[in-house]
Write a protein that binds this ligand. Structure first.
Ligand SMILES: [Zn+2]
Length: 486
């Protein structure tokens, strides 16, 4: 039996357990740093499979490291399992039907991400066991990808040290290795404190935290002209002090998020925003407390790892879909008013089609018109950053790393939507998840069996780091914001 056939069989034999775990995490969605049920279920299964598991790494109760095997190469698979606030939705519905108002839901498909990562690690272990393969497979349990930068805290605390190669999977509506980089960011709270006073009776005694925050924002508006084009500075008032206009508001909180293509750029803008905040405090005779909440680096997309993932996406091949599944996806697409591919997608497809054999090119262009995308997108090497951010980036600063997507929902389904939740337990989701697990396992084994491939990935990683060590954007003394357990 070929290596590929072995892995595919191992994953398909394991499918009932993987699907059960994925559906369970869909049934019990838990938001950032509260993923106790998901973590316990995954850990229990990994232990059953013979993995040596450490729970609560990096001082995060829902983070874990599960190891099997010994020595190098060490290949890590990055599991996530957190859900999104207020996105609950009844399954397989073609309209928004909440199950419990305001409760969370699996709006980014991380239930599949967690289950596929575990299934990939288990299939790799089965292969290693059967073939006496040397090396270590690790399933990293990474909480709080959504707004919590769980992996960044884990990277800062050395959880990924010693890992030779890290790979990840994410559900999507395309089958593609992530092209390009992602934006680095930091999230920081600025709290201003002054003195309350009656705004008419004795305003001279008051020192307004609200005024300070407004002046800070004013300063930042002027800063915008003097930062790089690609930078983004967002803010939200989270506490304006109160609702009475006849009171000098003593306290005010404003939350900032700063993004840019490189973490060094973010840190420099952050430094300048701090100067403005302190200036605003000085002007108003208030105090400013700066609370660093979270941050993540930009993705160093390793092309050796990316190419290996891409080759296996092609080698294993996209799942086949039944007429019922295509009909289901079409109906789902109607709910988003999907009128076919966007101009950007179409232009991209046409551009890459030019470099491909005619039949493949035709399939690529046509795939964007289908209810479920059924081709593997070309492997694209680009240093352009996507508009989003991910904490996978901080793993990519510690070792060669990248991730890929498989189609787990109908084409054109918007990110973080009720439609994703609705489709999360369907057969299209399960097929995409198992395909993801197969690609993870096969790629892990490819690296285990080929030291030269590991070395090539490492050489590229070292080159990208430019001789500098990894500096985590989260300061040492900042703890992951884990709420008390309910
Ligand atoms: Zn996600």
């Amino acid at each position: 039996m070929s290596k590929k056939d072995f892995i595919v069989k191992a994953v398909q034999d394991y499918a009932p357990t993987a699907i059960k775990l994925s559906d369970y995490m869909w049934d019990y969605p838990e938001v950032a740093y509260t993923e106790y049920k998901a973590c316990e279920a995954l850990v229990e299964e990994l232990k059953k499979q013979g993995f040596e598991v450490e729970v609560g790494v990096a001082d995060i109760p829902t983070a874990f490291v599960a190891k099997w095997g010994s020595g190098h190469p060490v290949v890590g698979i990055l599991a996530e399992y957190d859900a999104l606030e207020a996105l609950n939705q009844k399954e397989n519905e073609f309209e928004k039907i909440e199950t419990a108002h305001g409760e969370p839901g699996q709006g980014c498909g991380h239930h599949m991400l967690g289950a596929a990562s575990l299934a990939g690690a288990v299939a790799a272990k089965e292969y290693m066991q059967a073939n006496g393969t040397k090396g270590t497979i690790i399933c990293y349990g990474c909480p709080a990808e959504e707004g919590g930068s769980g992996k960044t805290f884990m990277a800062r605390d050395g959880v990924f040290d010693g890992c030779d190669i890290a790979i990840g999977f994410h559900p999507s509506d395309l089958n593609i290795v992530t092209p390009g980089s992602s934006l680095a960011n930091v999230k920081v709270k600025y709290s201003f404190d002054g003195r309350a006073a009656h705004a008419a009776g004795d305003p001279e005694k008051g020192r307004s935290g609200l005024d300070a925050a407004e002046l800070m924002n004013m300063g930042v508006q002027f800063l915008r002209e003097h930062v790089i084009q690609e930078a983004r500075i967002h803010y939200a008032f989270t506490d304006t002090g109160g609702e009475a206009p006849n009171v000098v508001q003593a306290h005010c909180d404003v939350l900032y998020m700063i993004r840019a293509p490189k973490i060094e750029q973010v840190m420099d803008i952050y430094r300048r925003v701090n100067l403005i905040a302190n200036g605003a405090a000085m002007m108003t005779e208030t105090t400013c407390t700066i609370t660093f909440i979270k941050g993540c680096s930009n993705l160093l997309n390793n092309t050796v790892v990316g190419k290996a993932l891409h080759d296996n996406l092609v080698k294993i091949g996209v799942p086949e879909y039944t007429a019922e599944e295509l009909e289901y996806a079409k109906k789902m697409n109607n709910t988003v008013g999907n009128t076919g591919p966007s101009e950007v997608e179409m232009n991209m497809a046409k551009k890459y089609a030019k470099t491909m054999p005619e039949a493949e090119a035709k399939a690529l262009v046509e795939s964007f018109e289908k209810p479920i995308n059924d081709v593997v997108m070309p492997f694209i090497v680009s240093d352009i950053a996507s508009a989003g951010s991910t904490d996978v980036s901080d793993v990519s600063m510690v070792c060669p790393c990248t991730y890929f997507y498989t189609a787990c929902w109908s084409q054109g389904t918007p990110g973080h939507s009720w439609q994703i939740v609705s489709q999360g337990k369907g057969s299209i989701a399960h097929k995409g998840m198992l395909y993801g697990a197969e690609v993870l396992a096969l790629t892990a084994i490819d690296f285990m069996e080929d030291p030269a491939l590991v070395e090539a990935a490492k050489a590229e990683y070292l080159d990208a780091m430019g001789g500098k060590p990894y500096v985590c954007p989260i300061p040492k003394d900042v703890k992951a914001p884990v709420p008390p357990r309910a």
